[in-house]
Ligand binder design. Structure first.
Ligand code: ARG
Ligand code: ZN
Length: 883
């Protein structure tokens, strides 16, 4: 159901209008209200007569009373926009039913029944992309979280597990390939039509159901499991895309092997299918044996995909594959437990990617996402614990908090237990709960028992929202260094006061003279304040803290700049080195923006930063991937997060000023680095990727300090590129600088890749997130481009997410950026509410923005809230954001 509010009466009667405009508040669902379903549905049989315009669905449900639940005279079958065409109970037409809203409620006298339900749906008209929908002439499904109820009436909740037998039929010419979960058991032909029968032996909740029908071709391969079972693997794409599926297939095989070696998990069917579709709300979906993917996370070749795209594919393929155990074999009892599968699976995919590439760089990237997306969420109106307490629309809770902070919370358990004991904990979890719909509590208890940890207080990480702030102070006297740690968990909506949480911090104390330390230690701060003493230090050591980002917190310490310069050069933990550079640059930028900085201070700080950066540029012990991390300035959003109230214009100005300063100061070192990196031939090796990364970073520094030179270099890099990373990097820099080269290369890029949707998405994104002062005008013009459509989520995101994620445009002082995003939300909401609602959070940040802009942001939120019809998705996000 999409309509959360009813329009005013047309006659203008004030009383009537009042009553009618009183927003019909969508129901709030609470975690504490969970009760088991009154029925079990051991078996489901579904027949699909497939058509783009009309698909007929005949579902037969075997239902039995759940002896573990309270006895009820009725069964509630969820629906969303469906009407009952036929209903039979035990072979007889059934009259004993009623509609309750969109749900079908059937009265059932006995304890065992067979219900046969006929529905008809129109995939072509399904623009929400939930349930069964059409994409590029093919049919596909997305059922998580509550899409199955748009296909047939069903107890659409994750704790109802059934085995599915599916028969699908349709025109052979239009849908030559028919796929479903599990194994194909029979096929046949009937004139123009053909059919296939599929059976999935593993009981599953309805959200894991999937069906695909279309004109597809496959890259096929196989994998032999640790117990010698041969599994057929297919990656299905449209004709013409086959050459771009090799990386996806290789990633899949690596994932399967890694999960056996690292978690002892073996695949459990003889067939594993992946299908790429171009219209998809999210990244991908772990449906049993039939993963459905956004094309963005499948298709790659050097000409059209960047190094980042390659990494994204490996990570998402891994993620969905790993769900087979953490998600499918053990699923969630209810949607409040979402982090049970998502937090754990994100951790698994992060560890996988760490093992496949550069572990430290992957860790830094993951922390950057956490800080750039999750920290702002956790400090704003949409803050929620990784296991939320209530929701109105569950799609709004597929968040960085549930996913990424959820992964960090489990990572902390792993850090405290050590790898081996953590593995004993996950083994116990898989053993104990295989085949069940479990809870976060089940997971924690298994780790507690299996790893031998006491996690009683640690459970607070599941119930308390907000990013803890830890203040660290190191004192030295005599031979002793004393570390005093204090924690504060800030209030969040609905949670005014918090209890101290256990915070595991990896630390090292460096000897200044030798640049070494005597071993890393793990301290766990589990009180509001605690002191840890370390003996045997004749001189005051340098503190390295939260190494590898062992806890998802912010550290406040007033480290002298010389200590940060020291750590940036000498710390043996690459993450801590990165952190020291971030702190060095971030500390200066925050001070500069707040206007507290005297001219002498500025000069001294810039000199220290240049000294540290200069050392990074020539340090031969660093690989270029890591060097690139150390060269990266803190993002605008991360800087804003460190201020109570931010002025986005000032942040942008100071950040650009620092880039310009460094570009001038280190000109020769930058160019020497570029010249060396330019000689590396293209390959997917880490060294070659590193070379590409530092090249484009050098261009970005040049753009700030010497735009004419940057244009020359970037145009040259663009023209000579033999891969998308170099080409996109060069075009990114050119797009920010007004020049003939800008216009020419943008046109060239479009002409070169016209018709390749994923690359044209890049073309939209580059212009929407550029440094060009007229980017707002460019976005408005691109909105009218013939290739723009609101129907395709990738295209919408490529223009508008890129724009909303670029603070210096989104926060344009005249409020134009806010108006554009609000217009988009209002226009997109009736088409695709799930995607529309994802644009609300940027506007919801108003409390943390300077008052003039804050008022304009609120004004746009209020304008959205006043719209006559809003989806439950958007209504909930806007209401929470207005607070
Ligand atoms: N379970 C999927 C994944 O993380 C995401 C599906 C989200 N779908 C949605 N409609 N919110 O891999
Ligand atoms: Zn997932």
């Amino acid at each position: 159901m999409d309509i959360a509010r009813t329009p005013a009466t047309p006659d203008g009667n004030p009383e009537m209008a009042d009553a009618a405009t009183e927003p019909h508040k969508p129901a709030i669902i609470k975690r504490e209200d969970y009760t088991p379903f009154g029925w079990v549905v051991p078996e489901v049989q579904i027949e699909f007569e497939l058509g783009l315009e009309l698909t007929r669905v005949v579902a037969t449900l075997k239902v039995e009373r759940n002896t573990a639940a309270e006895r009820t005279p009725t069964i509630r079958l969820n629906g969303d926009g469906l009407t009952v065409r036929e209903l039979q109970c035990d072979g007889e037409t059934c009259e004993g039913y009623m509609m309750d809203g969109d749900d079908l409620v059937v009265t059932l006298p006995g304890d065992n029944h067979a219900l046969r339900i006929v529905t008809e749906i129109s995939p072509a008209a399904n623009s929400q992309l939930m349930g069964l929908y059409a994409s590029n002439g093919m049919l596909c499904t997305q059922c998580e979280a509550e899409g199955f109820r748009r296909i047939t009436f069903f107890p659409d909740r994750p704790d109802v597990l059934s085995t599915y037998t599916v028969r699908m039929s349709g025109p052979k010419a239009q849908f030559p390939i028919l796929l479903c979960n599990g194994n194909r058991t029979a096929t046949g032909e009937q004139g123009e039509n053909h059919w296939a029968e599929w059976h999935d032996p593993w009981p599953k909740p309805s959200y894991l159901f999937a069906l695909v029908a279309g004109d597809l071709v496959a890259r096929s391969d196989s994998f032999t499991t640790m117990n010698g079972r041969k599994v057929e693997l297919n990656v299905w794409v449209r004709d013409g895309d086959l050459e771009r599926t090799e990386h996806a297939m290789e990633s899949l095989k690596r994932s399967m092997k890694w999960d056996e070696e690292t978690f002892g998990r073996e695949y459990d069917l003889d067939l594993f299918n992946i299908v790429a579709v171009s219209d998809f709300n999210m990244g991908a979906m772990e449906n049993k044996g039939l993963n459905v993917f956004n094309t963005k996370y499948v298709l790659a070749d050097p000409e059209t995909a960047t190094d980042g795209d390659y990494d994204g594919i490996e990570g998402v393929i891994g993620h969905e594959y790993f769900h087979n155990w953490s998600g499918n074999r053990i699923t969630c009892r209810d949607w409040f437990q979402l982090s049970l599968k998502e937090g754990f699976t994100v951790l698994r995919d992060q560890l996988f990617s760490q093992d496949m590439g550069s572990a430290p760089v992957k860790r830094i990237e993951d922390v950057r996402v956490l800080r750039g997306v999750q920290f702002p969420e956790d400090s704003g109106p949409l803050a929620h614990p990784i296991r939320p307490d209530s929701y109105s629309e569950i799609n709004n809770f597929y968040t960085a908090t549930v996913y990424n902070k959820g992964a960090e919370v489990i990572r902390m358990m792993r850090t405290m237990a050590g790898e081996e004991r953590f593995r004993a904990g996950t083994d116990l979890y898989f053993d104990r709960h295989d085949g069940e719909a479990a809870t976060c509590e089940d997971f924690v208890k298994s780790i507690e028992d299996g790893a031998g940890l006491d996690l009683e207080q640690f459970r607070l990480w599941y119930s308390q929202a907000g990013t803890p702030k830890v203040t660290a102070k190191l004192d030295h006297s005599g031979e002793t260094a004393k570390l005093t740690l204090k924690q504060h968990v800030p209030p969040t909506p609905g949670q005014d006061s918090k209890r101290p949480m256990p915070i595991p911090l990896k630390i090292a104390l460096f000897d200044r003279a030798s640049g070494t330390h005597r071993g890393e230690e793990l301290v766990v701060l589990d009180k509001a304040e605690d002191t840890f003493a370390f003996d045997g230090f004749a001189e005051a050591p340098v503190l390295s803290i939260n190494r590898t980002f062992s806890a998802p917190i912010t550290i406040e310490r007033s480290a002298p700049r010389e200590d940060l310069v020291f750590l940036a050069a000498k710390d043996d933990d690459p993450f801590a080195r990165y952190e020291a550079m971030q702190e060095l640059m971030g500390g200066h930028l925050v001070a500069a923006v707040s206007g507290e900085l005297g001219e002498n201070e500025r000069i001294a700080a810039q000199a220290d930063i240049a000294r540290a950066m200069g050392a990074v540029l020539v340090d031969e012990s660093l690989d270029d991937l890591m060097r690139g991390e150390l060269m990266t300035l803190p993002s605008q959003s991360y800087l804003a997060e460190q201020m109570l109230v931010a002025d986005p214009t000032r942040i942008h100005e100071e950040r650009e000023a620092l880039k310009a300063f460094l570009g001038k100061e280190l000109r020769d070192e930058f160019h020497a680095l570029y010249d060396r990196a330019e000689k590396a031939p293209y390959s997917l090796d880490l060294a070659s990727r590193g070379a590409r990364k530092v090249k484009t970073l050098v261009l970005a520094f040049a753009a700030a300090s010497d735009p004419a030179k940057a244009v020359e270099l970037a145009a040259h890099q663009y023209d000579n590129a033999d891969n998308m990373t170099d080409r996109q990097g060069a075009l990114m820099v050119l797009t920010g600088i007004d020049s003939a080269e800008r216009t020419g290369r943008l046109l060239d890029f479009y002409n070169r890749y016209e018709g390749n949707a994923l690359v044209i998405d890049k073309w939209f994104s580059l212009q929407a997130s550029s440094l060009h002062p007229n980017a707002i005008e460019h976005v408005k013009a691109l909105r009218e481009h013939p290739d723009f459509t609101l129907k395709n989520p990738n295209r919408v995101r490529s223009l508008y997410m890129a724009f909303a994620g670029t603070p210096h445009h989104f926060h344009s002082p005249d409020g134009e950026g806010y108006r554009m995003i609000a217009d988009l939300i209002l226009e997109l909401d009736p088409i695709n509410p799930q995607t529309a609602a994802r644009f609300v959070p940027p506007l919801g940040r108003w409390r943390r923005i300077e008052p003039k802009r804050a008022a304009m942001m609120r004004e746009q939120l209020e304008r959205i809230a006043a719209a006559p019809k809003l989806s439950r998705d958007t209504f909930e996000q806007v209401t929470r954001s207005l607070g």
